[in-house]
Design a protein around this ligand. Structure first.
Ligand SMILES: Cc1cc2nc3c(=O)[nH]c(=O)nc-3n(C[C@H](O)[C@H](O)[C@H](O)COP(=O)(O)OP(=O)(O)OC[C@H]3O[C@@H](n4cnc5c(N)ncnc54)[C@H](O)[C@@H]3O)c2cc1C
Length: 252
């Protein structure tokens, strides 16, 4: 008697690895507007009447935000909050969580849940080759051969590590021990909460922009997270975002 072939998607089968090249950022919660900057700044001169001042003169409001940004009066940019849900490879989160001030993080746990096999591979537009010296280098396109090599090597290595992880779990090894074999290209997810001031500090270091007066050389994948966060923030606080750009993208 022959054994029928196993259903590939049967519940006992380990999940099939998936490969992604993009990161995702969702704004899940916010209380953030340019008005939050204005009332906080105007309390200096108008005291408790600062809330009444908000709608008086839009041009003055724009000018005040620009002045605060230019002269680096940072605290009025802290009275707001944005919570993002981010899905990105672990190597992005390692860089991200170096930003300690004005950020709160919660990340999925490899101790309490089985990690899913979703892995990062560079997309066709990812520049693969680094030229120059640290602190002063550029990235250029890889050849088709380099791209093929990177893509195949990563997929093969990821699949091997994930098979080893599964083998250990099936043998009863604890998740927190078995996860040691998983690579930093594995996708993870986190909630990250910040305010406009801490976001600007992050963006000044992790995004490249021709308007920036201080150069930075972020890794492309964290920059992709930063770009999405910036787009969402710009929609909430357009005057603050414009002033950030107009003043060289230096955090106040
Ligand atoms: C392009 C690039 C390359 C990098 N390469 C490396 C690397 O090779 N190795 C590495 O380890 N890291 C590296 N980093 C991370 C970097 O060193 C910082 O940890 C990261 O950018 C966070 O910056 P931050 O400390 O200003 O942010 P936050 O921790 O958010 O701090 C914000 C600000 O608060 C103040 N502050 C915070 N903590 C203190 C403190 N303890 N004392 C005094 N003031 C404080 C400072 O003014 C600081 O700028 C790199 C970062 C970038 C952008």
């Amino acid at each position: 008697m022959t054994t029928p072939p196993k259903e590939p998607s049967s519940p006992t089968e380990p999940p099939t690895p998936r490969f992604r090249s993009e990161v995702t950022v969702e704004l899940v919660k916010h209380s953030a507007s340019d008005r939050d900057v204005l009332w906080a700044a105007r309390v200096s001169t108008a005291g408790e009447q600062s809330l009444d001042e908000l709608t008086k003169d839009p041009e003055r409001s724009k000018g005040l935000i620009n002045f605060l940004m230019r002269d680096r009066h940072g605290t009025p940019f802290e009275h707001n909050s944005m919570t993002f849900f981010v899905s990105a490879p672990i190597f992005v989160f390692r860089e991200f969580m170096r930003h300690r001030v004005g950020w709160s993080y919660n990340e999925e746990s490899g101790r309490y849940r089985e990690l899913q096999p979703v892995f990062y591979v560079p997309g066709p537009d990812r520049k693969l080759v680094q030229r120059g010296r640290p602190g002063k280098y550029e990235f250029v396109d890889g050849t088709p051969e380099q791209f093929k090599l990177a893509d195949e090597a990563m997929r093969e290595s990821y699949q091997r590590s994930y098979a080893a992880y599964q083998e250990m779990l099936e043998a009863g090894v604890a998740r927190e021990v078995a996860r040691s074999v998983l690579p930093v290209g594995l996708y993870s997810s986190m909630y990250a909460t910040c305010n406009a001031r801490s976001l600007m500090s992050f963006l000044s270091l992790r995004t490249k922009d021709p308007r920036a007066t201080v150069p930075t050389f972020p890794q492309r994948e964290i920059e992709m997270v930063g770009e999405q966060m910036e787009g969402l923030w710009a929609g909430l606080m357009p005057l603050t975002h414009a002033a950030f750009n107009a003043n060289g993208r230096v955090g106040p």
